[in-house]
Design a protein around this ligand. Structure first.
Ligand code: PMV
Length: 309
């Protein structure tokens, strides 16, 4: 009873920050993301009758318990997992990690769950993990326990965009997303952010449908800064940026004014995702690599959701 799955990192254009229910990991607002092709986690799960305890870290054991409950057995598992990028630095390793674990553990248990049920299960392990299950452009509708899952809203090949992953530092964040989200409600801007999300989602979907890159980028960048405004003003405040993070943001905006169009977004960490059109990818990568403090730029594109290998 063994299976291996790959799940991609997903990058949210409309972010999730704050929960309506922490135990069920129900978000305060819906969110919208794309999966990447290259960046991701590969996980192998083997349910083994000879094991007396799981060989996995604590957060994974909690998730294996959920799978055991669905499978109605009490077997223990051996889990091997590998990210092909640095973890805990704002590149969404918990999303790809928990999505890969969900698919590998259920497949190894011979449970053939539908995409929506896999997504719902992944949500319980890490909210944003539910967006790494379906393909391409994904919306996570906030919903209730049964209806809160992600689905594809535009397929992987709908629009060929490039995402540059700008790695500035591999220093691990001091406050996890899970811990940080708990205090989101203390920001005076939090309620206003949540209230404005439905209109933003409607608008960004229109931008994606019409392949309007400028509008997509503008909404995405604004939403990133809006979420960080909440983080910066919560109690205690969360400052995930480094000076280098701001340098990349400023450069992207300056190059844009000069005609090289790209847009940034940042999660809970110092590193930056930059969206651009295929024709600008090489030029933009070269410029980003020359910026002071940039350690590495990985080129990526829009990809499928979690898959069995
Ligand atoms: O799923 P979590 O608890 O790792 O939260 C992810 C939150 C952000 O990455 C900051 C935003 C998002 O929607 O991906």
């Amino acid at each position: 009873m063994k299976a291996t799955a790959f799940a991609p990192v997903n990058v949210a254009a409309i972010k999730y920050w704050g929960k309506a229910d922490a135990d069920l990991r129900l978000p305060a607002n819906s969110s919208l993301s794309v999966n990447l092709t290259n960046l991701g986690t590969t996980t192998t799960v083997e349910w083994d009758k000879n094991l007396t305890a799981d060989i996995a870290d604590n957060r994974m054991v909690e998730h294996l318990d959920r799978v055991r409950e669905i499978a109605k057995f009490n077997l223990k598992a051996r889990v091997e997992t590998k990210n092909n990028f640095p973890a805990s630095v704002g590149l969404s390793s918990s999303a790809s990690g928990m999505a890969a674990l969900t698919l590998a553990a259920t497949a190894a248990a011979n449970l053939k769950l539908k995409t929506k049920d896999l997504s719902r299960l992944a949500r319980l392990a890490s909210g944003s993990a539910c967006r790494s299950i379906p393909d391409g452009w994904v919306e996570w509708v906030k919903g209730n326990d049964k209806t809160s899952y992600s689905k594809t809203i535009f397929p992987t090949n709908h629009w060929d965009l490039r995402i540059l992953v700008v790695i500035l530092s591999q220093e691990k964040k001091k406050v996890s997303s899970t811990a940080g989200q708990k205090m989101a409600f203390t920001s005076p801007f939090y309620k206003a952010r949540v209230a404005a999300i439905p209109a933003k989602i409607t608008k960004i979907k229109q931008a994606i449908a019409k392949k309007n890159f400028s509008l997509l980028g503008q909404i995405m960048e604004e939403d990133c800064l809006n979420m960080h405004a909440v983080m910066l003003t919560q109690r205690p405040p969360l400052v995930y940026w480094l000076p280098e993070t701001v340098r990349v943001m400023q450069a992207v905006r300056q190059w844009r004014r000069q005609g090289l169009e790209s847009y940034f977004t940042v999660n809970t960490g110092q590193n930056v995702f930059v969206f651009c059109r295929p024709r600008d990818e090489v030029r933009l990568t070269a410029r980003l690599r020359r910026l002071e403090g940039v350690k590495e730029v990985r080129r990526d594109q829009i990809g499928s959701g979690a898959k069995l290998l």
